[in-house]
Write a protein that binds this ligand. Structure first.
Ligand SMILES: C[S@@+](CC[C@H](N)C(=O)[O-])C[C@H]1O[C@@H](n2cnc3c(N)ncnc32)[C@H](O)[C@@H]1O
Length: 303
């Protein structure tokens, strides 16, 4: 017995909507493209294409997994990040749209630094490191993570994108693996864990149950790792280098104060599309005066 793509998509969408998923149709479409081995667009272009029983069963099995709140990216094994296909597993945070904004800002700050050496601290899947290295073929990136599982995924991504000669993966705690590189970096970029521990049980099931705790948990106020990066980074930054980080809601104020106290200048926060201060940056240059914290351009966010 066969069924059309349109009817099967409607069935899958209904099932996911009943499971309480906000992006039911979008997810069903992704899973259908995966089950049928076709592009998403083809599902629209050929709504009356008939699907055989085996392909329909494989689609329904994927929908069952998604209905149990397994992230669609885990089911598919990848997420798109700045147009790159980034492999993901439960060992890494699924790269977020907000983090594309972090990479865009990093590229702006690096515009006048040819051949820059950048450290991506807490690289996870390697999304930031790969995004930077693809956009700027002159950059070298040192990508650090404490999780060996995450580094294995990052290694696959670096290799698949042909970046092995410019993205080096290092295992360890924050700047530990960079101990031999004082005053060498042109930028430290990081998307550290910044959720307050107490908030984690309230996160969507997709995040709380399926994404690694080490990627989420920023300690009691969410800023434990962020603070360590601010205090430990200066030893590794050249004069004029940037520290740029993704941050959580209501963290910009205290982090900006800490950056000023540590000697950073040109400290600023940038907002995402939900008008949340999502990024913080500061320039390392001893003796330079600090400027007040300012909100800046919006970035895209969404489902
Ligand atoms: C929020 S995830 C970000 C992953 C990736 N950079 C991204 O933006 O999608 C934070 C990452 O930091 C890593 N991490 C947490 N604490 C760390 C530490 N003390 N040293 C090194 N890496 C750490 C986690 O393993 C995780 O991969």
């Amino acid at each position: 017995m066969t069924i059309t793509t349109a009817a099967l998509l409607a069935e899958g969408t209904r099932r996911l909507a009943l499971a309480g998923l906000d992006c039911a149709r979008q997810d069903a479409l992704r899973l259908m493209a995966q089950a049928l081995g076709i592009e998403r667009l083809a599902v629209y272009v050929e709504p009356r294409r008939s699907v055989d029983a085996r392909a329909a069963a494989s689609f329904r099995a994927l929908v069952d997994r998604r209905a149990a709140h397994e992230p669609v990216q885990h089911i598919q094994g990848y997420e798109e990040f700045r147009g790159l296909r980034i492999a993901v597993t439960p060992d890494v945070l699924i790269p977020r749209l907000e983090t594309e904004g972090l990479v865009e800002r990093a590229l702006e700050l690096l515009a006048d630094k040819p051949g820059a050496l950048v450290a991506d601290i807490g690289t996870g899947s390697g999304a930031i490191a790969c995004g930077l290295a693809v956009a700027r073929p002159d950059l070298e990136v040192l990508a650090v993570d404490q999780s060996l599982g995450a580094l294995a995924v990052a290694s696959d991504n670096v290799r698949a994108l042909g970046l092995g000669s410019r993205v080096r993966l290092l295992a360890g705690d924050l700047f530990g693996p960079l101990a031999s590189l004082p005053a060498s970096l042109d930028m430290v970029v990081a998307n550290p864990p910044y959720c307050p521990s107490g908030v984690i049980p309230t996160l969507p099931v997709e995040v709380e149950r399926f994404e690694p705790r080490l990627a989420l948990d920023g300690g009691p106020d969410g800023m434990r790792v962020l603070r360590r990066i601010i205090t430990e980074a200066p030893r590794f930054l050249r004069a004029g280098a940037w520290l740029l980080m993704e941050i959580g809601e209501e963290q910009a104020g205290p982090l900006a104060s800490l950056m000023a106290a540590e000697g950073f200048s040109r400290i600023g926060a940038r907002r995402d599309l939900r008008d949340v201060e999502r990024y913080i940056e500061g320039r390392w240059a001893e003796g330079a005066a600090s400027v007040p914290l300012t909100g800046m351009a919006a970035q895209r966010v969404g489902c």
